[in-house]
Design a protein around this ligand. Structure first.
Ligand SMILES: Nc1nc2c(ncn2[C@@H]2O[C@H](COP(=O)(O)OP(=O)(O)OP(=O)(O)O)[C@@H](O)[C@H]2O)c(=O)[nH]1
Ligand SMILES: [Mg+2]
Length: 332
């Protein structure tokens, strides 16, 4: 399923769908000399276009129970999986209703004295049906856009870069990999999870750049922090926790260390590294994304850890690289 979201069929808004169906219908009617036949053809065309389009949205939408739990949680945070499921149900129901309206309309044309007014009435019923699901279509449209933007997670050894906001996570990911995330001197610059890749000794690695997280209870977290947390919970790999000892990020060393200790209890496969070494060298391992000092050493440490984990996994002993436990315990 991962990576296939870009092929999701378009979701039309109510008025776009109605415009499309009714203009095709009037073209279909124009070709017929017999008035009754023309109305029949119009009802059939409009009904098929509406019902097929609506049904197609539903059958081609990803099955949320089969989504990667990380993607599923991101969708749940932004839109809500239940809202999407309900919308899919309503759209599917509308598709069936429109087929019924079309069938009934064609049947009542048979003995009608005024086939044009019958057809108009049928179009009116179809339009109300589609307008009724306007909000459901809007929800599916947003869900489609969100899914299309989702990062593709490959089955590769992974490094997940976490820490307080503004500590230099994106700068490091940009130095270490192909990713070119936005870097700026204010917190929560990174709002979405991005991904970069690098090669080492003929092996490909992926590195995730997370938004910042503060040391607070999950219930108090903003949506951006929750996305980072979803990545920690659901992505497999080694977590690289960045601490900015210069405190130029705007957060104290103490509060950063507190978050590190909490995360460590829950995610044992975590490595701490100090950033901004060009300003202050506080402890090891440390690095500077500005000068490049310490970056290769850090990469080697991470790669060795991942290799060790991979060989443990292969020989079947020891746990695989970490995967967060479900259910988030309190952070504070
Ligand atoms: N001197 C120095 N500044 C750095 C270094 N790394 C990052 N910075 C600066 O720190 C600020 C934050 O950098 P980012 O890489 O955007 O930090 P982040 O942790 O990704 O921030 P969020 O996305 O907001 O969580 C920017 O002004 C960077 O230029 C470094 O090694 N040395
Ligand atoms: Mg960032």
């Amino acid at each position: 399923m991962d990576g296939s979201f870009r092929r999701l069929p378009p979701v039309l808004r109510s008025h776009e769908l109605l415009d499309k169906a009714f203009s095709r219908a009037s073209r279909a009617g124009r070709g017929k000399k017999d008035v009754r036949k023309a109305q029949e053809s119009m009802i059939l065309t409009a009904g098929n276009i509406l019902a097929d389009n609506l049904r197609n949205i539903v059958v081609r939408f990803p099955n949320f129970d089969e989504l990667h739990p990380f993607h599923r949680e991101l969708v749940d945070l932004s839109i809500g999986v239940d809202r999407i499921k309900k919308s899919l149900g309503r759209v599917y129901g509308a598709s069936k209703q429109i087929r019924k309206i079309s069938r009934e309309g064609i049947a009542s044309l048979r003995d009608a004295r005024d086939p044009v007014s019958i057809r108009k009435m049928v179009f009116g019923r179809m339009a109300s049906m589609v307008e009724e699901i306007e909000d459901a279509l809007e929800i599916l449209l947003s869900a489609r856009e969100l899914l299309r933007k989702m990062i593709v997670i490959e089955d590769l050894p992974s490094i997940i870069v976490a820490g307080y906001p503004n500590v230099g996570k994106s700068s490091l990911v940009s130095r270490m990999s192909s990713a070119k995330p936005e870097i700026a001197s204010y917190p929560f610059t990174t709002k979405e999870i991005s991904i970069g890749h690098f090669w080492k000794d003929g092996m490909k690695y992926q590195i995730f750049d997370l938004p910042g997280i503060l040391d607070r209870d999950e219930s108090e977290m903003n949506e951006i922090e929750r996305r980072a947390l979803a990545a920690l919970k659901h992505l497999e790999g080694v977590i690289l926790f960045i601490v900015d000892p210069t405190e130029s990020c705007g957060f104290s060393l103490e509060e950063q260390m507190r978050l590190y200790e909490k995360l460590k209890q829950r995610f044992p496969r975590i490595v701490l590294a100090y950033s901004k070494r060009d300003i202050m060298r506080f402890g090891e391992p440390s690095f500077s994304s500005l000068t490049g000092e310490g970056i290769e050493e850090l990469r080697n440490t991470l790669v060795s850890m991942l290799k060790e984990e991979a060989s443990k996994k292969k020989s079947g002993n020891g746990s695989s690289v970490q995967k967060g436990q479900s259910g988030m315990s309190s952070f504070s």
